[in-house]
Structures are given as structure tokens and as C-alpha cells.
Design a protein around this ligand. Sequence first.
Ligand SMILES: [Mn+2]
Length: 310
Amino acid sequence: MSNLDFVSHYPQLFCGLIKNDWEDKTPNYNILGVPLDVSSSYRPGARFGPDKLRRILQSENFECVSEKGIDLTKYFRLKDWGNVGIINTDIEKSLRRVSEGVVDLISFQHPFLLLGGDHSITIGVGNAFEKANIPVHTIYIDAHLDLYDEVNESRFSHACSLKRLSELEIFDGATILGYRDFLKEQVDYAKKKNMLLYSTSSLHHQTSLYDFGTSLIRKLEKKKQHFHISIDLDVLDPSFAPGVGNPVACGLSSRELISLLSGIFNGLPSEKKFSWDIVEYNPLFDTSDITAFFVIKLLIELLGEQLKFV
Ligand SMILES: [Mn+2]
């Protein structure tokens, strides 16, 4: 039996692009919700993220056409596998369930997206790749480095995610983009582990974040087998993403983040395998659904850039 034996309550979302059941057609893209926020240290509520996004994805407010004119409904068949059955009193069991679900997603050989949940869900993703024995380079987009060894006596906190990933056998380096809230010893650790570090201000000074993203991934891709792109929405300025668990001022604009990520997918060759997650969306602290509408725009633009992978 598959570990993915749960389905979404919403049969059809996002202009019909996301369905539970594609009947005679095979899905070419998979989505899994992970409503986990047990370890949130400051503002819990990310557990409500996946279902709130699904509610908004039912709206008729969007055309599924990217700004480059790509009509996503012609090419993408996304399957929504619903939410992982999280046990909100037990993070280790919950992460085990996340990783069991992700092992199945890996086996489908199609791109997949996880909707968090806080950043601890990425630990479950790493564990799944460890089980599948696939080396992974992580593109870690975050205002924080998440390199604490322990937070509140837990090694599975959302602030320990990159530290746990860095200890895996399959850890094939990381590129950190957009950090601006950190300790010096965390930067030292990242350098010792040969991680590439780009602060928010170093990104802000690039003339084109699209070109920067493209050249960054082109330099990396030849030596890497699989890329996991982990997007913590707190990389954005809180004025663009108020609905996050740990906001940090002076972040990227929504345009800057979309340019950076579009450039990365533009530079990634079609034969490369990748997966991604969007984490820390917290509807309890969102204002007028600003953060949710950004996530939907991010999906439209990035799926447009991912056309060559489906
Ligand atoms: Mn963060």
C-alpha cells in the first residue's frame, strides 16, 4: 500500500490544474500538504497553511497563465495528495510520516511540491532522500540559516532544519539565499560544510536576480544529481509576506524573489530532477491574504518556468 493513502477534500483546484483524481490521464506533477507546526518557536499557525491555500485556489480570481504567456492548463496535470496525517504532539513520528510520503513522491519520477507547515518539514524531505539514497543539493531560501543544533530542547525544530540536512549521508551541499538574521558561528559552520552563502543585501545589489539565478544554477548543476529548493516565505520583507512565523524586516520584494527563482528554473536543464517546498505560510498572521496571494502568483510564474520538466 502506498503511504499516500489520504486525499484532499477539494476535488478540483486552480482552474482545474490540480485534481485529486485525473481518471484516465496520468498526473505529471504531485503536491502534498504538510500541516506541521509543532516546533514553531514564535508564532505557531503554519499547520493551517495548506488547507487555507486550497480554499483560495478554488477561487475564480486567477487565470493560470504566466506572464510569459504560458497557459499552464495545457501542460500541467497536478495531483493533490491531500495532507500528511500529522500527530501534533509528536514531531518525530510526524516527520517519519512526512518522509514516508515523500519516498512515494520520489518514486513517481515527476517533480513534486510540498506545502508547509513550518520549516521542520524539510527534515522529513531530507530523510526521504536518505532512504532513497539520492544525493541532494539544497537551495535554501530563507531569512534565517536554520543551523541551530537544538532549540527548546528539540533537534527537530524549524530552526534546526538545515543543520539536520547537513548531517545526512546524501547531503550534497547547500546554497543559502537571502539570509539576514543569524549568528556568526552559524556562518562559520556553513562555510566549514562548503555551503554557498548569499545574504539578502548581496542579492539586493545584483543588477538582475533572474540572470544571477540562472548563472548560479548553471555553475552547480553539472556536479549535482538532484536539487531540492526550499522556500521559506520569511525571506520576503514582512510588507510582502506578513503571514509567516518569524518575520525579519528588510527582506526581498515579491518581484525580486520571483525573478530569482524564475532564473534558477531557467538555468536548470530539463533532464535534471528537482523537488521544492514552500514553508512557513501562516494564515493566522496574514493580512487580507497578502501572503496567500503571493504564494499563488509564485505557483503560476514558477510552473510557467518549469514547463520543460513535464
Ligand atoms: Mn526562516
